[in-house]
Design a binder for this molecule. Structure first.
Ligand code: RB5
Length: 150
C-alpha cells in the first residue's frame, strides 16, 4: 500500500519508528515530515498528507502529533478525508469497518510505539464493510459540499 505519513515535533521520534515498521512490512511510504525536533505547526503536515490522499497519490494516510487530536481536527477539514483518532485496536478496526477511515491519527505522547504498531496493523488490514455505512458516508460528503457552497 502507498501510505503518506506526517507528524509534528512531538511525534518525530515515533514517526521515525513507524516509517521503519511500515517499510519493513512492504509498504511504500511518502514522508511529508516534519524531519526534526524543532517546533512546527501540525496543521501544515495534516494539510500536505491530506492533499496526497485526496488526490489519490496515496492510498491511506497516517498522522501523528502529541495527542492525535490536532491532526484529526485539521485533516477532517479536507473534503473526502475521513480521519480517525484511534488509541486502541478496537477503534482502529471499527474506523475501517464502519467509517472507511482513510487517515489514521495517533498520539505519540499518549501511547507507546508498540501500541501504535498494533493499531496500524489492524487498521491497514481491515476492509470497509460498505452496505448501510455507504449511505452514511455519502451524507458526510453531502454535508461537506454544503459547507463549500456557503
Ligand atoms: C504540540 O505541542 C501539541 O500541541 C501537538 O502535538 C498536538 O498534541 C496537538 O493536538
Amino acid at each position: 500500500m502507498k501510505i503518506v505519513i506526517g507528524c509534528d515535533h512531538a511525534a518525530y521520534d515515533a514517526k521515525t519508528e513507524i516509517v521503519k515498521y511500515l517499510k519493513s512490512n512492504g509498504h511504500d511510504i511518502i514522508d511529508e515530515g516534519t524531519y526534526g525536533l524543532e517546533s512546527v505547526d501540525y496543521p501544515d503536515f495534516a494539510a500536505s498528507a491530506s492533499l496526497k490522499v485526496q488526490a489519490g497519490e496515496a492510498d491511506r494516510g497516517v498522522l501523528i502529533c502529541g495527542t492525535g487530536i490536532g491532526m484529526s481536527i485539521a485533516a477532517n477539514r479536507f473534503k473526502g478525508i475521513r480521519a480517525a483518532l484511534c488509541f486502541n485496536e478496537e477503534l482502529a478496526k471499527l474506523s475501517r469497518l464502519h467509517n472507511n477511515a482513510n487517515i489514521l491519527c495517533m498520539g505519540a505522547r499518549t501511547q507507546s510505539i508498540d501500541s501504535m504498531k498494533n493499531i496500524l496493523s489492524v487498521w491497514l488490514t481491515t476492509a470497509w464493510e460498505g452496505d448501510r455505512h455507504a449511505l452514511r458516508l455519502n451524507k458526510i460528503e453531502l454535508n461537506s459540499r454544503g459547507q463549500d457552497a456557503e
